[in-house]
Write a protein that binds this ligand. Sequence first.
Ligand code: NDP
Ligand code: OXD
Length: 313
Amino acid sequence: MGRRPKLLIVVPSGLAPLWEPWLREGPFDTLVHERDAYRREGIDYVLSFRPPHGFLATLPNLKTVFSLGAGIDAFLADPALPKTVPLVRFVDPQLSTEMAQYVVMHILLQHRSQREFDTAQAEHRWAQRLLARKTSDTRIGILGLGEIGTMAAERLRDLGFAVAGWSRSAKTVAGVESFAGEEGFAPFLARSDYLVCLLPLTDETRGILNAKTFALLPKGAYVINVARGGHLAESELIAALDSGQLSGATLDVFATEPLPPEDPLWAHPKVTVTPHIAAISDPAVAARFVIEGVARAERGERDPYTVDWGRGY
Ligand code: NDP
Ligand code: OXD
C-alpha cells in the first residue's frame, strides 16, 4: 500500500479543532502546523484561508492547496504564492444559499422600510404607509453572476424584483437580465436601484465601488457590499451618501477587519455594518469538499474549482 497523503491545516490557532474531527474521516494524516513537528517535504496538501505570506512556498512537494473560503484574494496577495500548485476554492450550495439570504434580508429591510417601523415602534407610533416603490419596479443589479450572485439573483427574482447581473461573460439565467463586460457596465448601473457586489477581488475589480460607479446609479440607489472590502472606496461611499446620490449602504466586508472602532462607517446614519458574517464556511461540508478534492487529485484529475491564475478567480 502506498503512503497516505499528508494534509496540513493552516488556520489561525484555536480554529483547527473545528476541522480536525471531520478531516479524520479522510484517507490522510491530518497535521496542524502550529503544534506538530513535521517535515515540510512530506506535505502533499494544504487546507487554509489566510496563510502567512511566503509559507506555502516553503512546502516543496505540495500537490494542491484548498481554500476554506470562496474568495481566494488572501492567497493571491502572497507575492511568493507557488503558482505551479493548483489552488482550489470552496464552493458550496449551502454557503451560496446563506449569502443569498443575507442579500435578500438587507434588500427587504430597505424595500419594506423596516428600519422606520422599528423607530416608530420605539416611539409607540402607528406609522402605516404604503411601499415606497412597487416590487416589480424595483431594479436590483448584482455585480458578479457566479455561484453566489446567481443564487441571490434567482431568490430576488422569485420575490418579484426586476433583477439583472453583470459578469465578464454573458449569462442565461431565467428571468434575470444579463449585462457583460466593460460595455455592459454603465447600462447595468443605470438600471440598478440596489447594487449588490458579489465579485471576486482581482486587479480588475479592486475599488469598483467608487465615486464614478455611484454617479452612474439612479439617484438614491442603495449599495450592498458582501464581497471584499477592497472593492469599496470608503471615503467615496461616504461622500455619495452625504450628497444624497446614495440612500444607504449595507457592508459586511472591510479593507481592515475587524473594522477599527474609530472608523466613520460605524456611526454613519445611512450605513449598516455587519462583521463579515454573511455566510461562514461549514467545517463539515468543507472537510468533505477537501476529502473529495484530495481523492480527485490523487487520481490525477483537475478540480473544477481550480483558480484560473489569468483571471484571478
Ligand atoms: P464566482 O467565481 O463563482 O463568481 C464570480 C463572478 O464575478 C462571475 O460571474 C464572474 O464572471 C464575475 N467577474 C469576475 N471578474 C469580473 C470582471 N472583471 N468583470 C465582470 N465580472 C467579473 O465567485 P462566488 O460567487 O463563489 O464568490 C464571489 C465572492 O463572494 C468571493 O470571491 C468572495 O469575495 C465573496 N464571499 C463573501 C462571503 C462573506 O461572508 N461576505 C462569503 C463567501 C464569498 P464570469 O462568470 O463571466 O467569469
Ligand atoms: C469567503 C468568505 O470567501 O468567508 O468564503 O468571505
